[in-house]
Design a protein around this ligand. Structure first.
Ligand code: SF4
Ligand code: SF4
Length: 104
């Protein structure tokens, strides 16, 4: 299990969560170059420290993630899988462009 960052973070990215994460698993840490921040599911220790810091309630324990934002489970994990392969990550984002849009 891990915590997940979902749709409300898009274009907000105030980085409050980055500051409190004890294992620095929320990236990009400067918030630049991505529409949203991501939590590394392999590094997150489920401490929950980030969740109450988010001003837009974008962070959820995976089991509490609302159904309409389940796509962000894959998105958070994919970023870390592909971040060392920028061309592939860009291709993934283009192929899933609608998933990175703010719908609510
Ligand atoms: S739950 Fe804890 S370890 Fe996981 S991203 Fe949030 S602050 Fe970091
Ligand atoms: S605190 Fe919330 S809005 Fe701010 S960067 Fe983290 S997830 Fe995004």
């Amino acid at each position: 299990m891990a915590y997940i960052i979902a749709e409300p973070c898009i274009d907000v990215k105030d980085k409050s969560c980055v500051e409190v994460c004890p294992v620095d698993c929320i990236h990009p840490t400067d918030g630049e170059g991505e529409p949203i921040l991501y939590i590394d599911p392999d590094e997150c220790i489920d401490c929950g420290a980030c969740e109450p810091e988010c001003p837009v309630e974008a962070i959820f324990a995976e089991e509490d993630l609302p159904e309409e934002w389940h796509r962000f489970i894959e998105i958070n994990a994919k970023y870390f899988e592909l971040k060392d392969h920028p061309a592939e990550w860009t291709k993934y984002k283009e192929a899933h462009a609608a998933d990175f849009e703010k719908k609510a």
